[in-house]
Design a protein around this ligand. Structure first.
Ligand code: NZQ
Ligand code: ZN
Length: 388
């Protein structure tokens, strides 16, 4: 392990069927006015809203409602939320939902008292906040992003055709998160599967970088193995609590910074996928699935040993009598077979992208350098063509 790092994750987690019991005590640490953020209404149908409101009332809070956070939250919605948080001088933002609601809440938290243009400061210049930060807490209802225990916040700016993620430091991580796997049982199957692939992608983005022997990679392999077992069980029976709870816990550890320690990390699949989302508004995990295989097949020669290790350690591919390239190819074939088995999107056409969009997709794709190869613009275009 060759890197130098500081590891600090300040989010307190309450996990399990009784996790909501801890909400009232968590709320006691904050001031009287709570902005309750949520999405398009699933929490009203499945009863989570009522449980949260009951806890807020029991804790004596004044509730400022802020629903309607859309998947892939927009800059317009962010600015509406900022106005509401400011007008009510809120003390805590309680996000009840998936990654979109939690990401949005973090963005409101650092933008409400920001004297500069938040888009420019955080999502163009990637600066840290220099203003008062409103604390965020979360009740997670959809599994995948890891937003419940990290500083990520992804905002879509349709006017600029961009979807951009800013990774904030620990001051912006949720102060607490309530993780009850039962809350995820009402997530529609396609959304569940999208979240499962998002988790796999997060692990791969960190795994496929570096050439040193690194403990983080062994942890990543364990997380992938658990995810493969539990995803198969959950796809067969979405009501399988054991599988859904394992998936929830895996998602959190896949992106709470632990397995990035000592690594450069790649994140190019996310850059490609975010470009697709920016132009089509497609579901996050599906955009990642649709571009992953063309990307990995292109960079495989530059990280061949790691791709062979992935095949052996994650997919139990036998290396007997084969060279690294054959082993690596079998690993990617196993990944592809699993993707088809769980039912993710296998191309960007089914997500609404067209060949005519490729120049704009290329423009919207940040080309990072932390993985095994920094892509050229032509390679980005080629990956999108192969993903059609
Ligand atoms: O809006 P409602 O009505 O609540 O419905 C949501 C939404 O339609 C529904 N849902 C959530 N919980 C449910 C439920 N439906 C029934 N029962 C429940 N218990 O699921 C749909 C998707 O929700 P969303 O929050 O959009 O999904 P996800 O958690 O995948 O979040 C996606 C966003 O997170 C960003 C993505 O880019 C995207 O904008 N990401 C955030 C990251 C981070 N913070 O680190 C990293 C990720 O790579 C990702 O980029
Ligand atoms: Zn993701």
């Amino acid at each position: 392990m060759n890197g130098n790092f500081t590891f600090h994750n300040p989010t307190r987690l309450h996990f399990g069927e009784n996790a909501m019991e801890f909400l009232k005590d968590e709320l006691a640490a904050f001031g009287p006015t709570v902005m309750l953020t949520y999405g398009g209404g699933s929490i009203k149908k499945n009863g989570i809203y009522d449980q949260v409101v009951a806890a807020l009332k029991a804790a004596g809070k004044t509730i400022v409602e802020d629903g309607g956070v859309m998947p892939n939250p927009t800059l317009e919605k962010l600015m509406d939320g900022v106005a509401k948080a400011k007008a009510n001088n809120v003390d805590l933002i309680l996000a009840v939902g998936g990654g979109s609601t939690i990401d949005y809440s973090k963005a409101v938290s650092v933008s409400t008292w920001c004297e500069e243009d938040p888009w420019e400061k955080y999502f163009v210049r990637f600066e840290e906040p220099s203003c008062r930060i409103i604390p965020v807490g979360s009740v997670l209802t959809m599994v995948g992003t890891g937003s419940e225990m990290n500083g990520g916040s992804v905002i879509t700016n349709h006017a600029a055709n961009l979807k951009v993620g800013k990774v904030f430091g620990p001051a912006v991580f949720p102060k607490f998160s309530i993780l009850n796997p039962r809350f995820t049982l009402t997530v529609p199957r396609r959304q569940m599967v999208s979240g499962i692939y998002d988790i796999m992608s997060h692990i791969l983005e960190q795994y496929f970088s570096g050439t040193d022997d690194n403990t983080s990679d062994y942890i990543a392999e364990g997380l992938m193995k658990s995810l493969i077992v539990s995803s198969r069980a959950a796809v067969k029976n979405p009501e399988d609590y054991e599988a859904r709870s394992n998936i929830m816990w895996t998602a959190t550890w896949a992106l709470n910074t632990l397995i990035a320690m000592g690594k450069t990390t790649d994140w190019e699949v996310h850059m490609l996928g975010q470009a697709v989302s920016a132009l089509t508004d497609a579901t996050h995990g599906m955009t990642l699935a649709a571009v992953s295989l063309p990307y990995y097949r292109l960079i495989k020669p530059y990280g061949l040993k790691k791709f062979a290790r992935f095949a052996k350690n994650v997919w139990s591919v036998s290396a007997d009598g084969k060279n690294d390239e054959q082993v690596a190819d079998e690993g990617l074939a196993a990944l592809e077979a699993w993707m088809r088995e769980i039912g993710v999107a296998m191309n960007i056409t089914e997500l609404g992208a067209t060949e005519a969009m490729i120049p704009d997709l290329v423009k919207a794709t940040f080309r990072l350098g932390g993985g095994y190869k920094q892509l050229t613009e032509d390679e980005v275009a080629e990956i999108f063509r192969q993903s059609l």
